[in-house]
Design a binder for this molecule. Structure first.
Ligand SMILES: Cc1cc2nc3c(=O)[nH]c(=O)nc-3n(C[C@H](O)[C@H](O)[C@H](O)COP(=O)(O)OP(=O)(O)OC[C@H]3O[C@@H](n4cnc5c(N)ncnc54)[C@H](O)[C@@H]3O)c2cc1C
Length: 477
């Protein structure tokens, strides 16, 4: 399995952001030579400001570091167990931020750059890859991020035959199914339409009367909005997908004739009364634990979204797995284009990592870089690597980007959208906790907390088993 290294063993990594840097580290610590190609400072992006590797383009936060109660905190813990460079650089450059892991961005980037520079098996070349990587590179990871340079993005677009790779993504909020009040909402497809691939009762419907609708439109119009950055203003909306507040500005009735139209729907609890407007939610993952709000792409700020959307009947206690947003983004329709090891079906020598695969956020991008690096190292050794358990944060995120997402029931704009890690992506517990250690029943929020803690404990124990069984070859850092 070790053998003499030759040029064909070398892994080429394009882009040294969060994902590419982590991937390079994982490949090199497995004993495989790596060449990293980073275009900055020769060519830069609209958001990057430095020539440092793993530059954080916006916030300096890796979000919650609570491994027991928060899915991204759990992902931190898993990555630490896997020897992540991104996590060790974050830990050594931490700045005070309550329960969050925030970092000194310059110190963090400098630490990652130094670690990769100093590694004897890593060579860093400052060059833009401005088309498909050369044929002789047999083991490539493309981790060029949401701001992939246009010539490479064009080449990938042609290869994958996808007509949309970079566009303004309109993202609608996603809600945890178990936080929707089903004593108010009901399951029904419009006109009970069954197919293709549906049952006639595929959507969750939340009804509004006229008073509720008027108050909702007022709240949308007055809610605080995010402003576009100057360089974003030239990018077109995808498929003419307008934010709901922009639709509401066009007329008070516009939403009731658009995403909130009530036709073809009957509330089983009040069949004689027609709802004035209906908000629909559609299943978003195979597990059926997440539902997205149909047509609710929005530029409202996060706090305004939570406040306004919780006025919708049935969503008063909604827990959001992801809030809506609009920003320019380059990512692949991964469930269709990539195999379970992140390789492009059309050219398996090309593996993708980071935000390009449809995960969202610094930590998630780095984690997909981590697993891409382990898979590339396994390929270089001509060995196979068992997938990380689906019960782990890493496995559930990988599962989401490579296949866990379901296609839309109705044809239309593409439905796969970038996603942060969240507990809705994890397979449910076989037996959810119902009692406290003292034998008394868990109530309300206690149940949610106990469930998260049980999911986290299961994840870490399954991850440890996977590391012991599958990763015994790694580790020579
Ligand atoms: C404007 C903006 C703000 C964001 N704010 C946040 C935030 O606050 N918090 C958060 O968690 N996430 C944020 N994100 C998402 C964030 O970009 C990603 O989470 C993360 O940086 C993606 O990691 P990555 O490694 O996939 O891409 P990046 O970190 O962007 O790394 C990609 C690298 O590839 C290089 N590259 C691109 N094209 C080529 C090429 N052809 N040849 C060679 N090199 C190339 C780039 O220079 C870059 O270094 C933001 C994204 C954007 C666009």
């Amino acid at each position: 399995m070790t053998g003499t290294k030759s040029l064909t063993d070398t892994v080429h990594i394009v882009g040294a952001g969060l994902a590419g840097s982590e991937a390079a580290w994982q490949v090199a610590r497995s004993g495989i030579p790596v060449v990293v190609h980073e275009m900055r400072p020769i060519r830069t992006t609209e958001a990057h400001r430095t020539d440092g590797l793993a530059e954080l383009v916006c916030s300096n936060s890796f979000r919650s570091d609570d491994a027991a109660n928060n899915a991204v905190g759990l992902l931190h813990a898993e990555m630490r167990r896997l020897g992540s460079l991104i996590m060790s650089a974050a830990d050594t450059n931490q700045v005070p931020a309550g329960g969050a892991l925030a970092v000194d961005r310059d110190g963090f980037s400098a630490a990652v750059t130094k670690a990769l520079n100093d590694h004897p098996l890593i060579e860093i070349r400052r060059n833009e890859i401005d088309g498909l990587p050369p044929e002789q590179w047999r083991n490539v990871i493309i981790a060029t991020g949401p701001l992939t340079s246009p010539p490479l993005a064009d080449a990938i677009r042609q290869l994958t035959d996808e007509n949309a790779l970079a566009f303004f993504d309109a993202i609608a909020p996603i809600v945890h199914r178990d936080s929707i009040d089903m004593s108010v909402a009901w399951f029904q497809s419009r006109y009970d339409k069954v197919g293709p691939g549906g049952t006639g009762a595929d959507y969750i419907n939340c009804p509004m009367n006229k008073e509720q609708y008027d108050a909702f439109v007022d709240a949308l119009l007055s809610g605080e909005k995010t402003e576009f950055k100057e360089w974003e203003t030239n990018t077109p909306y995808f498929d003419g997908c307008l934010p709901i507040e922009v639709m509401a500005e066009r007329g008070r009735e516009t939403l009731r004739h658009g995403p909130m139209k009530p036709v073809g729907l009957t509330n089983p609890r009040d069949p004689a009364v027609k709802a004035y407007a209906v908000v629909q939610l559609r299943q978003d993952n195979k597990l059926g634990t997440l539902y997205n709000m149909v047509g609710f792409q929005t530029k409202l700020k996060y706090a305004a979204q939570q406040r306004v959307f919780r006025t919708i009947p049935g969503l008063e206690n909604a827990e959001f797995a992801r809030l809506g947003g609009l920003h320019r983004n380059t990512f692949l329709n991964s469930p269709k284009l990539l195999d379970s090891q992140l390789r492009l079906h059309a050219q398996p020598r090309l593996r993708f990592a980071g935000q390009m695969t449809g995960c969202e956020g610094y930590v998630e991008s780095a984690s997909i870089g981590l697993i891409a690096g382990l898979y590339a190292a396994a390929d270089a050794r001509s060995t196979s690597l068992a997938p990380p358990p689906a019960t782990t944060a890493l496995g559930s995120l990988l599962g989401h980007v490579t296949g866990g997402h379901i296609e839309m029931i109705e044809p239309g704009a593409r439905s796969f959208q970038p996603m942060n890690i969240n507990f809705g992506l994890f397979p449910p517990l076989a037996i959810p906790p119902s009692k406290k250690p003292d034998g008394t029943r868990l109530r309300g929020n206690e149940k949610t907390i106990a469930k998260k803690q049980a999911l986290s404990a299961r994840a870490l124990s399954d991850l440890d088993r996977w590391i012991a069984d599958s990763l015994n070859f790694a580790a020579a850092a």
